[in-house]
Design a protein around this ligand. Structure first.
Ligand code: ZN
Length: 168
């Protein structure tokens, strides 16, 4: 059980749970429109932060939400890549952080994984694809039975060397 379940939800988590419940009740996710465009003057880190803000509808919370963004030293930006690092994004709260990893999936779409401790080795690994506020709410409610985790969970180089959850 993730540590987030032991504490009251912070404002982002509370909004996520509400969105997930509404999606479950109506069968429809909120329409958020296309991702922000990457303009040539933007840095890729800034753009990824803007995309995460957009996908999680953070502007709708009515309060500023900080996101700390940096290169991730452990994961590649694309599957089997080596030259470009993935991007780590953290949303800090008084009681902890929500940590995301931005990579490109095998269809070259920008995707966000929530980082959480591996069940087996405890290292922070890509655990669940979170590309909407509803996804985050489902994760927090542990309602993602059919999804089976992020495709990057098994391939993450962040696992301990002995970890059986990792496969090549
Ligand atoms: Zn592991």
């Amino acid at each position: 059980m993730p540590s987030t379940m032991r504490k009251p939800f912070n404002p982002v988590e509370a909004a996520a749970v509400q969105a997930a419940v509404e999606r479950a009740q109506t069968g429809q996710a909120s329409k958020i429109g296309p991702d922000p465009t990457l303009h040539s003057q933007d840095s890729e880190l800034r753009w990824m932060e803007a995309v995460l803000r957009h996908r999680l509808s953070l502007h709708s919370l009515g309060r500023p939400v900080a996101i700390h963004t940096r290169d991730d030293d452990t994961h590649p930006l694309v599957a089997d890549g080596a030259h470009f690092p993935a991007v780590a994004l953290s949303i800090p709260f008084t009681d902890g952080t929500l940590d995301f990893l931005a990579t490109y999936d095998d269809r070259r779409r920008l995707t966000f994984d929530l980082l959480a401790p591996c069940d087996r080795c405890g290292k922070p690994v890509p655990t669940e694809e979170i590309n909407s506020l509803e996804d985050l709410g489902d994760y927090l409610l542990q309602a993602r039975d059919g999804l089976g985790g992020s495709p990057r969970l098994r391939t993450s180089p962040a696992h301990a060397a002995y970890c059986l959850a990792r496969s090549d």
